[in-house]
Design a protein around this ligand. Structure first.
Ligand code: DA2
Length: 288
């Protein structure tokens, strides 16, 4: 089993993550809090109230966990393709796999990474939603002091299952959309690369960027539900389950609720995934 794919997945994921985290914080707030009037209002209020650091809340755990999460995604994807098509990463340029195989391998990677991602994503979302400024004398203290305290409090107050709150929505979000992610990437690279050659850097950047946007457009409805379920355990349990969360969100806010955060997330997805795929491709070529 080629380990390079796992290591390349980790490094490339970390590069994309740092770049996209501020946008991710704005997206999560727009999806779970109804007090903001839009992207600009949310950004200005975070900056005024919490300073630039407010945009980076909840980033340390994703950085630590991206090693597991992205290497599982890319490693499982690549090794699933190896099983399905008996070709390595380099050989696939000359003998491209079918779109069905790419989709199946992407879904497998998405399904397995969702389980590794669930607790880390929950902690990230809880920390991103803390609107209190950094500790100043007299200012209200945030509920969680940091990622470890957040994990320990969830464990104590909501039990071990509490750490997997929203995991179903996350799995349903990631399984098909990771298939879409890799199909878009491979399809665009194939379209704009001469037979048998490696895609150019420009092609990789554009294909990676559009793969990110396409997958997030498909993922946004379940992303909203996932984030709401994750916040639900915090104070009162409003929702009886995922379906109940969907129905009451639509009743209260209309169908538009499923597209909350889509614009900012698409703006985030392009550079993040362009950088992710560029570093992934180059690391593999360098080691290959
Ligand atoms: C749930 N969906 C659609 C995805 N995770 N898509 C793949 C993009 C992954 C990348 N780390 C990002 O955060 O954009």
């Amino acid at each position: 089993m080629p380990v390079e794919e796992f290591v390349a997945g980790w490094i490339s994921g970390a590069a994309g993550l740092v770049l996209g985290h501020p946008f991710d914080t704005v997206k999560v707030r727009l999806q779970t809090q109804t007090t903001y009037r839009g992207i600009a209002d949310c950004m200005v209020r975070i900056y005024r109230h919490e300073s630039l650091l407010g945009f980076f809340k909840g980033m340390s755990f994703p950085i630590a966990s991206i090693a597991v999460v992205n290497s599982v995604l890319f490693g499982v994807y690549s090794n699933a393709l190896l099983l399905l098509t008996a070709t390595s990463h380099q050989e696939r340029r000359a003998q491209p796999p079918s779109y069905m195989h790419i989709f199946l391998a992407g879904c497998t990677g998405g399904f397995l990474q969702a389980y590794c991602l669930a607790p880390f994503d929950l902690i990230k979302v809880r920390l991103q939603n803390q609107t209190e400024p950094r500790a100043q004398p007299g200012s209200p203290r945030p509920r969680y002091k940091g990622p470890m305290h957040c994990a320990a409090s969830i464990f104590q107050e909501e039990g071990p299952r509490g750490l997997f709150r929203g995991a179903w929505a996350l799995t349903l979000r990631d399984t098909p959309t990771m298939g879409i992610y890799f199909i878009t990437y491979e399809g665009l690279c194939h379209q704009y690369t001469p037979e048998g050659q490696n895609p150019s850097s420009a092609t990789v950047l554009v294909a990676g960027g559009f793969a990110g946007i396409a997958s997030w457009v498909a993922a946004t409805p379940l992303d909203v539900i996932k984030s709401r379920m994750q916040m639900d355990g915090l104070r009162y349990k409003v929702y009886r389950g995922m379906l109940d969360c969907m129905v009451s969100s639509v009743r209260q806010e209309g169908l538009g609720v499923f597209f909350r955060g889509l614009t900012i997330n698409s703006a985030r997805a392009f550079p993040v995934n362009a950088v992710t795929f560029l570093s992934y491709e180059y690391l593999l070529r360098w080691w290959g």
